[in-house]
Design a protein around this ligand. Structure first.
Ligand SMILES: Nc1ncnc2c1ncn2[C@@H]1O[C@H](COP(=O)(O)OP(=O)(O)O)[C@@H](O)[C@H]1O
Ligand SMILES: [Mg+2]
Length: 258
């Protein structure tokens, strides 16, 4: 068991069992079953179109599921998707007429959180994601990687229990992406959040995840679910470790790419 985060305890924070999702006639998810422990960073990997974004939307409470069980939180730790989820998408989706600080504050405004407190938290979060000093800039003044950092800060502003990330670094160049992977691990550790991270990058999934859930080509079914037994903090040189290669080969094989 990888225990790197004090929030990781022994009851699942998310429990999915036989989850099914249809869009009209189209079966998008046929059977998703896995658990996520509090404080884990779970990578969800699978080919394009297999239903990863759909699964995130089910977790976010944006789409109802059509079968199976989705349980998030517990009676002693109730979960309200309208307040307890932070989302990061492939595009940063910053409002171009708002300054960076104002963009980060948006969910706090929507939820009606106290503004003075939220502003101070937004500044702290911008520092956490490495954007201190950029509070008053407009999105166009930031690089793609910096914009995505701001989107991560925005996803954390209301102190959500669960952060859902949908291929957040997919549009970045390879070097920026690796840098953001390291940054995300640092932010995850500091913020102590449970994260479900969707990617079709196999190496990224293994590098980031405490656990990797592999989905087959759509309609999504579980192909594998394994713990990544690599030490934290992860470093880029781990990608050359034999174990890292074994994990990535395991996923390539499952996805029929070897
Ligand atoms: N709102 C929708 N209505 C109908 N079909 C959809 C909708 N969203 C996604 N799909 C279909 O469901 C399948 C899974 O999509 P998606 O979850 O976006 O996959 P992924 O994120 O893994 O690329 C695809 O075949 C897609 O075309
Ligand atoms: Mg998607």
């Amino acid at each position: 068991m990888v225990r790197i985060n004090p929030l990781v305890t022994s009851y699942p924070f998310i429990h999915l069992s036989g989850v099914r999702k249809v869009y009209g006639e189209h079966l998008a998810i046929s059977d998703a079953s896995f658990d996520v422990m509090p404080g884990e960073l779970v990578s969800l990997v699978g080919p394009s179109g297999c239903g990863k974004s759909t699964l995130l939307k089910v977790l976010a409470g944006l789409h109802p599921h059509d079968g199976g069980e989705v349980r998030i939180g517990s009676p002693s730790h109730p979960f309200d998707p309208s307040k307890d989820v932070g989302m990061v998408f492939q595009a940063p989706l910053l409002l171009k007429w708002r300054r960076i600080l104002e963009n980060v504050l948006l969910p706090a405004e929507i939820l009606g959180l106290p503004m003075a407190q939220s502003k101070s938290r937004a500044r702290d979060l911008l520092a956490l994601v490495g954007l201190a000093g950029n509070e008053d800039k407009y999105p166009y003044e930031l690089s793609g990687g910096m914009q995505q950092r701001a989107a991560i800060a925005r996803a954390l502003i209301h102190d959500p229990k669960l952060v859902l990330m949908d291929e957040p670094f997919g549009a970045l160049d390879a070097l920026t992406r690796e840098k953001m992977n390291l940054e995300l691990l640092r932010i995850w550790k500091e913020a102590g959040k449970t994260i479900v991270f969707v990617t079709h990058g196999i190496s990224e999934a293994v590098f980031l995840g405490t656990r990797v859930v592999v989905l087959t080509a759509g309609p999504a079914r579980m192909a594998d679910n394994f713990e990544v037994d690599l030490p934290h903090p992860r470093t880029l040189d781990m990608k050359t470790h034999e174990k890292f290669g074994e994990y990535t080969r395991r996923v390539y094989r499952l996805l029929g790419m070897e």
